[in-house]
Write a protein that binds this ligand. Structure first.
Ligand code: M6R
Length: 361
């Protein structure tokens, strides 16, 4: 049942405020400025002994993992990174007992992720799942985990589950942080930020008519470049994947700082750039990157916390805490991908050559 929407993708994009509400529900502990994650089975001493976090997933879940790694480093100060599960399992990785491994999956059935989990467990590692589908194979194989509670996601292209997964990682990062060195004040600040998310998501969704116009303006692009830095870069990567999957427009994502090392050669009016420009300590750097693109007559669409004079168009999103901004900045770009695909007459819920869960190697 699409509940009045013309596609599941649209329905699922529009459900995100409720979905985020669900992942937060019953988990916030104001007394200690932390969160409770029932399925974690990790006592404080064990949490303190984690030396490293390695996050594994595929596609959009991998991108959510990149954001999760950044949050865990920032809030818990544990070195963390994300890697495609398929790469990890084929490179005979060094499995380390002080590393916490986290498998991320919407379906909980993606074979490459499941196989990575099984290999890790065979080698004695501790593996957590950040999974949407309750009781799925990856949820069952993991030692413990956090359910994402996005609700059923039908569209092949993942949207609400991505957002909820990033929120689940924020909860995990806050939880680990508060057991380690994150202060009460910072814990409070993050909790307040989390509570603002559903309302801010509604504010973004209210801009749909404007985003549709922008999509129609950019739908003639031959290819699109997505750029961001640090917190913005995984957002750029996910937005680039979304656009490719659903509109079939070629897209690339680059760290803004890498432009001058090659991709700047591609910039011309037929290759517009989408710049992720959070109002954080890298704002000036991002403005400089937009300047470089402008100087080469590139068109720029900025996703930012305030109107950007270097961009042709800006989608303004509400500001949250710096660490949580990535959760929100991808949402207008889901709408951009959706409306671009609609303008081009694509089969939105079932893009060619793709399946919802990839249960083969
Ligand atoms: O079910 P999973 O999260 O494990 O799926 C992983 C990827 O196959 C999935 O995210 C894929 O990239 C989607 N088509 C993204 O929109």
């Amino acid at each position: 049942d699409m509940g009045g929407h013309d596609t599941y993708m649209h329905k699922e994009i529009c459900e995100q405020a409720d979905a985020v509400d669900r992942v937060l529900r019953g988990r916030i502990d104001d007394r200690f400025s932390t969160v409770h994650l029932g399925g974690l089975n990790l006592d404080a001493r064990e949490a303190r002994s984690v030396r490293r976090v390695k996050i594994l997933g595929c596609g959009t879940s991998y991108h959510a993992g990149l954001i999760g790694a950044q949050m865990i480093e920032e809030l818990a100060r544990i070195p963390a990174d994300a890697e495609p599960a398929s790469e990890f399992r084929y490179r005979n990785p060094v499995v380390d007992p002080d590393t916490l491994y986290i498998a991320v999956s919407q379906s909980g059935e993606t074979y490459d992720v499941l196989a990575a989990v099984q290999e890790l467990k065979r080698k004695g590692a501790r593996v957590f799942g950040v999974v949407n589908v309750v009781g799925s194979a990856i949820a069952r194989e993991s030692d413990a985990g956090v359910y994402v509670h996005a609700g059923p996601e039908v569209c092949v292209v993942s949207t609400k589950c991505f957002t909820n997964t990033t929120v689940a990682f924020a909860l995990l990062a806050l939880h680990l942080g508060r057991i380690r060195d994150l202060s009460v004040a910072d814990g409070k600040r993050i909790i307040e930020g989390l509570r603002k998310l559903p309302g801010q998501i509604e504010e973004i969704l209210a801009q749909e008519a404007e985003i549709k116009k922008i999509a129609e303006e950019y739908a003639d692009a031959r290819s699109m470049m997505f750029i961001g830095r640090v917190r913005g870069y995984p957002v750029a990567r996910e937005a680039s994947l979304k656009l490719k999957e659903v509109s079939y427009i070629h897209a690339e994502a680059y760290p803004a700082s890498e432009l001058k090392h090659g991709p700047l050669a591609l910039i011309e009016p037929a290759l517009p750039t989408v710049a992720i420009v959070p109002d954080d300590d890298l704002l000036e750097k991002n403005r400089a990157a937009m300047e470089e693109i402008k100087a080469r007559s590139g068109r720029i669409l900025a996703v930012a916390h305030q109107e950007q004079d270097k961009a042709d168009r800006t989608i303004v999103v509400p500001k949250n805490e710096d660490e949580l901004d990535p959760i929100l900045m991808g949402i207008p770009l889901q709408l951009l991908a959706y409306h671009t695909a609609l303008a081009l007459g694509r089969d939105i819920d079932k893009p060619r050559n793709l399946a919802k869960s990839v249960t083969v190697e």
